[in-house]
Design a protein around this ligand. Structure first.
Ligand code: ADP
Ligand code: MG
Length: 255
């Protein structure tokens, strides 16, 4: 059974889509079976970020029962699976947000890691993304208003009785107007998964319509997303790596 992570933020434009795509790409590059879902139904943009063509069947069709979920999943060149949603305003009126929880149950059978890119705020979209997930990841920037809104998302998640995997600080610039990590930790009281710096390669990747993990794998942001992805895989992944390394040396030097 796959695990569903919903990527949320209180404030808009802090890097949810960028983080969802790059964590998904990093997990995929580590050999995991990953599906990224555009669950930001009011302003979808996974398709724009990943250069997916306008596709005939989307999450919107699945949510209102017009299509089967397997017909709405596309494969990126990298092997990453994508479930896009529709950009059409007409579709927007028909969205049945509550159905997402049911669809997420299906998705757990189709990949090992399912990342839902969600919307900002505390509305119905965010609520259904929280209710559909096993764990929530909150994205924030280091400025006070962004952290204050992240706290609201964290409280809503607690209220809905869901687990929070942690928060990611994005677009970190290391300037005086930003809160320091300890203050953010004290305020949010949830685990810190990592800090992704402001990186102009992210905009370049956007122009190239691909994840920075693919376009600039050695950039500082890519390195941090990879580290966070490894953290998500947890102890088990680190143990596997150690075993692999051990057997590599054993093969070279014999027993
Ligand atoms: P959201 O999904 O939360 O609305 P996006 O992921 O779309 O946010 O990011 C908003 C803008 O910020 C985009 O133009 C994106 O390229 C840019 N961006 C995101 N993260 C970074 C970063 N670490 N460094 C530089 N630009 C970034
Ligand atoms: Mg977005």
């Amino acid at each position: 059974m796959g695990k569903v992570y919903s990527i949320l933020s209180g404030k808009g434009g802090v890097g949810k889509t960028t983080s969802a795509i790059n964590l998904a790409a990093a997990l995929n590059a580590l050999g995991e079976d990953v599906l990224i879902v555009d669950a930001n139904l009011s302003t979808p943009n996974i398709g724009l970020h990943l250069g997916a063509p306008i596709v005939p069947v989307t999450l919107n069709h699945v949510l209102d029962g017009r299509a089967d979920v397997t017909d709405a999943i596309y494969e990126h060149d990298s092997g990453l699976k994508i479930l896009p949603s529709s950009l059409s305003i007409r579709e927007l009126k028909r969205i049945n947000h509550d159905k997402l929880i049911e669809v997420a149950k299906e998705l757990r059978k189709l990949a090992d890691y399912i990342l839902l890119d969600s919307s900002a705020g505390l509305g119905r979209e965010a609520e259904s993304a929280i209710n559909s997930a096993d764990e929530i990841i909150i994205i924030t920037q280091a400025e006070m208003p962004s952290v204050a809104d992240a706290l609201k998302t964290s409280k809503l998640t607690e209220y809905l009785n869901k687990d929070i995997r942690g928060f990611i600080i994005n677009r970190h610039k290391g300037i005086g107007t930003e809160m320091d990590l300890q203050n953010i930790r004290d305020m949010l009281e949830i685990p810190h998964l990592g800090t992704v710096p402001e990186d102009k390669n992210i905009q370049k990747a956007l122009v190239l319509k691909d994840a920075i993990i693919h376009t600039h794998p050695r950039s500082i942001a890519s390195r941090e997303y990879r580290k966070i992805a490894q953290k998500l895989l947890g102890e088990q992944y680190l143990k596997q790596q150690e075993e692999k390394e051990k057997s590599f040396w054993q093969r070279i030097f014999g027993r």
